[in-house]
Write a protein that binds this ligand. Structure first.
Ligand code: SAM
Length: 320
């Protein structure tokens, strides 16, 4: 190659006022020929010709986007380009024509957004019907999965009919659902959809002696179960045992109340728990960062007591 050939090509690109205007425009982003024509008020053949020259010189690149060809500055320009373009750009900073072009470009950008804005303004609630053409329900579910680690294993202790278990599946989890009552497990098997049952492992067992291995689940839930247990601490200890270090134990229950009818009609052993007492139980079971949130929404039915969620993290040491 002739000495200084690349340098000469760089200066040749920069030695034309239309090309300088186009380069300044493209330094603002990617534009189609039609957009550049409109913003810079130049004839289309002239814009296309100069873009072609700059493409051949390796400073501009294009791509097809449907019926549009969009242009932008290349990511890796030839030698000498960066320094030379920097100097040229500085010199153009105060140029009135380049300033006018910039105004034209902002109008073009505004115009870009106009069709979709008017479309959505007119469509409103009909979008739910229209979007069916995109068939993106599965895609949305997969995007949500990105938030949670792959394949969590979660224990649902005292699962009953499996209402929590089925909700946990939306976290891309496998669920081990334990209940002492065979008829509750049968009810769960009857009510859960077949595809959910493929990911919910129903096991019969007692909360005080869980049929689950040590350190094997990412989280263990007991939703409205502790108030049925003769020794709730035993169950919390078991939940800590089966949870992997760093995993979570989550208890949902009532706050201490005096609704005796619950004892009589629903056969609860405990009329709720004092938040401090429950937190202490989790600490005793060897969980750390024990946290309690008292649910602030009061139930619609006044005779229902308030609820709390207490959680703690399994220590990395194996001592429980
Ligand atoms: C109020 S239900 C809650 C069911 C479910 N967690 C929910 O929120 O819908 C209590 C469940 O705990 C179960 N249960 C009671 N004592 C148990 C124990 N010692 N071990 C395992 N499950 C028990 C019952 O059989 C029942 O299914």
């Amino acid at each position: 190659m002739e000495p200084g050939a690349e340098l000469q090509r760089t200066f040749k690109v920069l030695a034309d006022s239309t090309r300088l205007r186009l380069l300044s425009a493209l330094s603002e982003g990617e534009f189609a020929v039609q957009e550049l024509t409109k913003a810079l008020q130049l004839p289309q053949p002239k814009v296309s010709r100069h873009l072609g020259i700059m493409k051949n010189a390796g400073v501009v690149t294009d791509r097809r986007d449907g019926s549009f060809i969009r242009y932008k500055l290349v990511d890796k320009p030839p030698n000498h380009w960066a320094a030379s373009w920097k100097t040229a750009k500085l010199a153009l900073a105060e140029d009135p024509q380049v300033a006018a072009d910039r105004t034209g470009l902002s109008q073009v950008l505004k115009d870009r957004a106009t069709p979709s804005r008017s479309f959505f303004d007119s469509v409103g609630g009909d979008w739910d019907q229209l979007r069916k053409v995109l068939k993106d329900d599965l895609l949305r579910a997969k995007a949500i999965e990105q938030l949670v680690p792959r394949e969590l294993t979660i224990a649902d202790i005292g699962t009953g009919t499996g209402v929590l278990a089925i909700q946990l599946l939306s976290l891309n989890a496998k669920v081990i659902a334990v209940d002492r009552s065979i008829s509750m497990l049968e009810a769960a098997r009857d009510s859960l959809p077949t595809n959910a049952l493929k990911r919910i492992d129903l096991r019969q067992g007692d909360a005080s002696q869980l049929p689950i291995e040590d350190n094997s689940v990412d989280a263990a839930f007991a939703h409205m179960v502790l108030h049925y247990l003769p020794r709730p601490l035993d169950a919390v200890r078991e939940m800590a045992r089966i949870t992997k270090p760093g995993g979570k134990v989550i208890i949902v229950d009532f706050i201490s109340h005096s609704e005796e009818w619950m004892r009589e009609e629903l056969h609860m052993l405990w009329l709720g728990f004092d938040p401090e007492e429950l937190k202490q139980m989790l600490n005793t079971a060897g969980l750390r960062d024990v946290n309690c949130t008292i649910q602030t929404e009061t139930p619609d039915t006044p005779e229902l007591p308030r609820t709390l969620i207490v959680s703690g993290i399994r220590n990395s040491t194996n001592q429980v």
